[in-house]
Design a protein around this ligand. Sequence first.
Ligand code: ZN
Length: 467
Amino acid sequence: MTSVPDPPAPHAGPAGRGRRGWWWVGAVVVLLVAGGVVLAGVLEHRSWVAAVARYDAQVAEQADAAEESLTRVEAQEVVHPATLAAVVVTGRTLLAASEGQVEDPAVREPLQSALDAADALRENGVERATEERTVDALRRPNPFRPATRPARHVTVVTGISPAPAELDDAASAVAASATTVADAQQQWAFDGLQAAATDGDPVLTESAGLVTDEGTRTALAAALAAARTSLDAGVGGVPVAQSVAERDAVTSATEAVWSDRLARTLELRRQQARDSGIDCTVQPCVALTFDDGPGVETERLLQVLAEKHVPATFFLVGRNVEARPAVARAAAEAGHLLANHTWDHPQLTTLDDEEVRRELERTQEVITNATGQTPDVLRPPYGDVDDRVRSIATRTGLRVVLWNLDTEDWRTRNTDETRRRAVEGARPGSVVLLHDIHASTIDAVPGIIDDLRAQGYLLVTVDQMAP
Ligand SMILES: [Zn+2]
């Protein structure tokens, strides 16, 4: 082909021939450029579509994550603080209820500490922890087809503060220490019921035929049966409140039987007195009472009383009876009334139940052993008595008798003054407080007896005195 010369062009010179020969190069270039542009456009578009797809996916993922997290946190907000709050209420109630029941501080203090820690944790309430998350903005790098996607900011709730684990740990600490207190409280309730039943059992058996109202014994038998059933269930076998109620029922039934028994004994003694011509409901009676012995002066007093044929009441201190049992026995043999004035003269209201009981029981024992007489009258030292002490006294078989005429012999230590106060203060029904541990008092007694008799008074023991 190249060997064949081109035919001459009709309208073109030699230069025109050359341009015509290269026209296709331009076309190729144009085509190439156009093709390149198209290709670049296609690639850019694909890249943009892919970028938008990633962007959309991130936005969707962000929204899902935020929603899922919120649902989880909303559940945490409800469950964990509520669990702790419930445990705290239970713990606080238990701590208050166990006061005076669970005495051991080592048992109660951990619960108090755990409650304090829980309160500190709850003090500022529960807050949400959040985190800002962003999906970056997107811009299409194509000046011919501009497009953008905005940056997306989302606040994601990531959790709560205090953290669920912290709240749960606090709840566990309260629950664990509460269990220890509850166990101790159960033991306390069981022990209390057992002690009441142990006290009540012999009172029931020993009171047969010695009460006026058999109903008090029937009630005690029923209360003891209920207590036995609960005790058979073991520690924690019945609720604390039930144990306490049953203990109180046994205690008050025991007290009622003893009250009945003491009242009956008193009535029998008054009947005996009436049979021998002494009736303080119609005669003017005065009872001389001697506290705190037996002492070194007591034998001399017994001689005076024997010479004057006057019965008296001796409120004996247990440890003094232990020191002078023969004097106590002589007083009993002379027909005087022996009574309980505690073991070592404490203020009974300041002692706990067990200590009060011990004071009274030890004294009952020593007097019974020394004299064969078991007292049924108690004078609390200093006249210091309340309902609790009175109840324990009754359940120990003792009726409380105070005085209504104080000679203050222990203060004046003056024979004339003691005599004057006793005689001038005397009224029918006077119970005169004297102390046979002072010589000045013993010296005053003959004059007191003579003066009171001169005024027409009948001298009696406190159980012969009209109520
Ligand atoms: Zn006294």
